[in-house]
Design a protein around this ligand. Structure first.
Ligand code: PLP
Length: 348
């Protein structure tokens, strides 16, 4: 039995917090304009309940991905959808299978449901061991959960591996693509071939809208309806829906921001290597690295960083030993400041 732990959220405020990966460049300016316009209208959008089913946002997402609105489920962030899905579909007799080192929310949602959990060890390079994952699936397995690119490793798994997994099982495969804009191709096109497959996406990362809490899932499975009917009807606000819809329309902005974040990530990876960190090459918007052997533990390093008012997340939150940290790149100046603090701590 996996012991219950809480999902990682910062418990203290730090001026320079590199622990959570929100977009440091913020959303498209069009989002602010749309919100101002919505608020300045004579018929306030604040008093009425949101329109049932958020049809405008659903249609915008459907058009963007070229799927039917019926194949989309909205949620209060991607996290919200993970919990909604697991709460609706997993009971104490069911099992969740997932890699041992991954985004932890599905694990905690399953534990809260009293479901069984199988965490499948990673390969030595931290990639997902698809052979073992497939072998671990058994008649009790109701959901297989994966992140691509994975969090915290930043490793992108090729779609051929996802297809192999989908071909091997009838369990519901849930693929978290929260950070897909920073790496290779999305698996969304596979939903046509595999009805037992769902891809989850979010406005929190590339779109710079973590504060509005909007995510969505795309699938052909009837489990979408089952999930939707097991929760209240209004779970995102009218203003959040407007913000998400507008953000989706400004793809030029998204592409430019993604480029900048990848540039900063590459810069951090290079400089961390120079400082003696062992960096796992990332295709996401975070960098996982092993600390230099001169530092006793990641906890010690974080304690020292906290004294400088910096914060990064300890790999222990992701089931890793206490010698890994995950760093989310910020704007260039902040990244330079973090490197400066690390140089100071390391005496370099
Ligand atoms: C892989 C992954 N999934 C989900 C989330 C949470 O997304 P949201 O803000 O939409 O709940 C994150 C955020 O760190 C993430 O990295």
């Amino acid at each position: 039995m996996v012991p219950f732990k809480n999902v990682y959220v910062p418990t203290k405020k730090f001026t320079r917090d590199f622990s959570l990966s929100s977009n440091p460049f913020g959303p498209s300016p069009r989002v602010k304009q749309a919100l101002m316009q919505a608020l300045s209208g004579s018929d306030s959008l604040l008093s009425p309940y949101p329109e049932t089913g958020y049809p405008a946002l659903l249609q915008a997402i459907a058009d963007f991905h070229r799927v039917c609105p019926e194949q989309i489920i909205l949620g209060a962030g991607l996290d919200g959808l993970i919990f909604d899905t697991i709460n609706a579909l997993l009971g104490p007799d069911d099992e969740l299978v997932l890699p041992a080192v991954t985004f932890e929310n599905a694990l905690y949602a399953a534990i809260a449901q009293g479901a069984r959990v199988q965490q499948v060890p990673m390969k030595s390079d931290f990639s997902v061991d698809f052979d073992q994952l497939i072998k671990s699936i058994n008649p009790k397995t109701k959901i297989v959960f994966l992140c691509n690119p994975n969090n915290p490793t930043g490793i992108y798994e090729p779609l051929t591996s996802i297809v192999r997994l989908l071909e091997s099982t009838q369990a519901f495969v849930v693929l978290d693509e929260a950070n897909i804009e920073f790496s290779g191709g999305s698996a969304i096109s596979l939903i046509e071939r595999f009805p037992h497959f769902m891809v989850l996406r979010t406005f929190s990362k590339a779109y710079g809208l973590a504060g509005i809490r909007v995510g969505y899932g795309i699938s052909r499975s009837p489990l979408l309806k089952k999930t939707a009917s097991a929760r209240p009807p209004f779970f995102i606000s009218t203003l959040s829906a407007i913000a998400a819809q507008e953000a989706l329309l400004d793809q030029d902005y998204v592409h430019s921001v993604v480029e900048k974040i990848i540039h900063e990530r590459t810069f951090l990876e290079r400089e961390l290597n120079v400082l003696g960190f062992t960096v796992i090459p990332s295709q996401s918007n975070t960098v996982l690295c092993r600390i230099p052997s001169s530092i006793a533990s990641a906890s010690c390093l974080i304690e020292q960083l906290n004294r400088y008012d910096f914060h990064v997340v300890n790999g222990t939150h992701f089931n890793l030993p206490d010698c890994y940290v995950r760093i989310a790149p910020k704007v260039h100046e902040a990244n330079e400041q973090l490197l400066g603090a690390l140089r100071h701590i390391l005496g370099k």
